[in-house]
Design a protein around this ligand. Sequence first.
Ligand code: NAD
Length: 503
Amino acid sequence: MTTAVQKRMRDLSGHNYIANQWQPSSGELIDLIDPATEEVVGQYAHATKAEVDEAIVAANAAQKQWWAMSALDRANAMHLVADRMIELSVETGECLTREMGKPFRESNWEGGAAASSFRYYAEIARHEQGRVAGPAIAGQIHMVLKEPVGTVVSIVPYNFPLLLAGWQVAAALAAGNAVIIKPSEITSLTLLYSMAAFDHLPSGLVQVLTGGAQTGQDLVGHKDTHAIAFTGSVKAAQAVAATAALQFKPALIEASGNDAFIVMPSADIDTAARGAAFAAFLNCGQVCTSAERFYVHEDIYDEFVSKLAAHAKALRVGSGLELVDIGPMSSKRELERFEKIVDRAIEQGAEVVCGGSRSADRTTGWFYEPTVLKTTHDMDVMHGECFGPLAPICKVTSLDQAIAFANDSELGLGANIYTNDLEETFRAVNEIETGIVWVNTPLNDNDAIPFGGRKLTGTGRELGAEGLELFRNSKMVMIAPTAEADPEWFPYPDDDTYEATTT
Ligand code: NAD
C-alpha cells in the first residue's frame, strides 16, 4: 500500500522551493533511503548555481515587500504559518519518519513545536524595534532602530529539521528578513513538504534549496546573502564560519554537544534513571543535547547503572511508524560511525552492561541496541560526541570531581544534574561551563529563553528576545528639532591653542 504522503514524497523528489513554487532542479539526483526498511523513498537534488542565484534574487525582492508591511500584518502572517504547520504536522511527521526514522510521535510533535516558535516571535518582534536613549545633546532624540539584515541562509541538520529550521526561520522573519533554508541531505523532502505552510507569504520570502556542503557554501559565500544561521557538526560549522567571516557576515553557530549528566546521592534515583534513559536514547541518541556522558556518585553508582540498564533493555526498538520508543539510526553512514565509537570504548576497557551491537533480530534497517557502558573519564568515548543510543557511565567520588569532568570538554552546549540538595544545585548552575544547565529536568527548552552553547559548540543564541539580534542591524539615529550651529564646529576658539608647559 502506498500512502498519500509517500506519493507526495515522490512528487517533491528532485525539487527546490523557489519563489513559492516547487520547481524541478536540474542538479544531480541522489536517492533517499528509509533507514527502517532500506527502501528508496525519493530523491533530493544538488541545487545548481543558477538555482542558487534565482532563489537569492527572489529572496531579496520578497524581503523588501515583507519589511514594507506593518509589524502587525507580519505578526498575523506568522500566526497563519503556525496554524498551517499544525494542520500539516501529521503529514510532515510521516514524511520525516520515512526519511530519518524517528518515532512518528516525535516527528508529529515537531510541527507543533516549530509552530510555537512562530507564535512567540510573531509577538516579540512587534513589541519593540529599537529603543530611545537619553540624549547626549539637550533637546534632541537619540535612538537605535533595529532593521533587518536582508536574506538569511539557514543550514540545518537531519535530527530535528522542522524544529530547528522553525527556530531560525521564525526569528529571521520576525526581524524582517527573507530566509533560504538548506536542509540536511537526509531530510530534504520534509522541509520541502513543510513549505505548504508558507505559501501565503510574499513570493520568495521563505525558500528551500536542497543539496550538500557545496550548496551550503554557494549560499553562505554569495555576495547577496547577509547572515547565516547554522546548526550541525563542528567540522561543517567551522567551514561555514570561515566562509562567512571573509565577508564579515554575522553567523549563528550551533554545533555539536557532549552533555554531561551528573547524579548525586541526594537525588531521587528512580526518576533520575528514567530521565537518564530519555536523555540518552531519545531520537536514538541523535539529539545535540543528548546526555553523552554520565558522572554518577560512587554511593549510588551500582543502583543507578542497573536501573538505567533496565530502562534501556525495556525500550521498544523498531520502525518509527510502529509502536516503538526508538527507531533506527538515520543512515548507514551514521550507524557505522557510531559503531566504531562503541567498539573503541570496549577496546579501551569499557564494560558492556547492555546492548553493544546492532539489533540481531532485524534483517533490514540500521538499528542498534540501546547500550549502557561502565567507563572511566579517560576513555575516548567521554571526550567527543557519540550521537547514537549510548549511555557511558563513569563513577565519581564527589561533586567537585563531577563538575571538573563535566568541564573537561572542548564542547559546551548543555549539562544535567539530578540532585535534591540546594547547595549542589547552586554549584552546578554557577560552575558548569555550558550554555544550558538542567536541574532535575533534562532536555527541555522554552521559546522565551535563549538556547545555545559555548566553546566549540558555537556562538550566538537562538530563541528568546536574544534570538532576534543576529538577524537585525542596529542603526544609530540622532534628530535635532531645528538646524542650529553647534559650538563644537569650526573655527576653534583661540584660547584652545596648545601651549607647552615648561619645567
Ligand atoms: P552536518 O554538519 O553533517 O550537517 C549539517 C548541515 O550542514 C547539513 O545541511 C549539511 O548539508 C551542511 N553542511 C555540511 N558541510 C557543510 C559545509 N562545508 N558548508 C556548508 N554546509 C555544510 O550535521 P548532521 O549530521 O546533519 O547533524 C548532526 C550534528 O548537528 C551533530 O553534531 C549535532 O550535535 C549537531 N546539532 C547541533 C544542535 C545545536 O543546537 N547545537 C542542534 C542539532 C544538531
